[in-house]
Design a protein around this ligand. Sequence first.
Ligand code: NAI
Length: 330
Amino acid sequence: MKIAVFSSKAYDREYLEKHCDSGVVMSFFDTRLSPDTAVMAQGFEVVCCFVNDDLGEATIKALKKRGIKLIALRCAGFNNLDLPAAQLAGITVCRVPAYSPHSVAEHALALLLSLNRNIHRAFNRVRENDYALNGLLGFDLYQKKVAVIGTGKIGSTFARIMTGLGCEVIACDPRPDAGLIKQGIAYVTLEHIWQQADIISLHCPLQPDTFHMVNQQTVSKMKPGVALINTSRGGLIDTKAAISGLKSGHIGYLGLDVYEEEADLFFEDKSNVLLQDDVFARLLTFPNVLITGHQGFFTKEALTGIARTTMANIRAFAADDFAAMHLVGE
Ligand code: NAI
């Protein structure tokens, strides 16, 4: 089986090769998959893709033309995929639905704690021999009301972590988690969350009904000074609305591991390139905004889980054992 691995970095190569079966040949391309680069899939049976590969209709058609039979996503989210187009093309799509939910949940906590205690600013001050505490005043997380939107694998892990810190956790999910309810976590409406939460962490998938769930209207309903954390997908937040909320002081803290226009920025060293995205540039000017470049998944444990499941999916596909695959759309 020949696999073209798109958007691949040295760490992808290291972990995928470690878990690769004999008989599987992988070629690693750092290029992002798109209608223009799909030509590189010629001669392969499988493309292995990541979060910012373009798997829209035009790419799917181009992949079909080149005889691709399987798209093996090495991530959980699949908002970058046109599933009906893949189904129409007869291309199977699988993903990695679960790999260390702790990696992302702990990263959400890291963003929150850094912002809340101004660790990112303190780090720079101390390096400048500046030990003044002015402007670094934080607040206790203890007994704060933390809202978790989406209590699947990652959100429920985050909810448990925050319970452990002594926070009052509330949640919203169309499919409530019985275990969390047993622990005393109350499921409430989004309206309730916007109005009551001190801290809001987004863990639901990006889909038509969640696109820009944080917008001008919902921000205006939030508690002044709210801390907003997004480690899920950038499109959940209307970034311009978030900027207005930050400028007015309504949003007190914003921690982002994802950004709606991240595809042209993240995972690359752009330190020698002029930043063209004015919205992102504005975000970077706020002292109470902390952004990481989609690294929530980036732990040894998560990369091992991703490589293992990706290879198991491909192995099952080669054996026509679809029941053993984590298929998208099921
Ligand atoms: P999951 O599928 O286990 O959980 C998602 C939960 O969201 C489900 O319980 C679902 O019922 C709920 N949900 C769906 N629509 C909702 C709505 N309108 N309002 C509230 N809840 C809703 O997914 P998992 O593994 O927990 O991942 C969550 C998200 O985290 C993924 O969609 C992905 O976009 C993101 N992610 C980010 C990573 C990173 O590196 N920053 C890595 C992995 C995932």
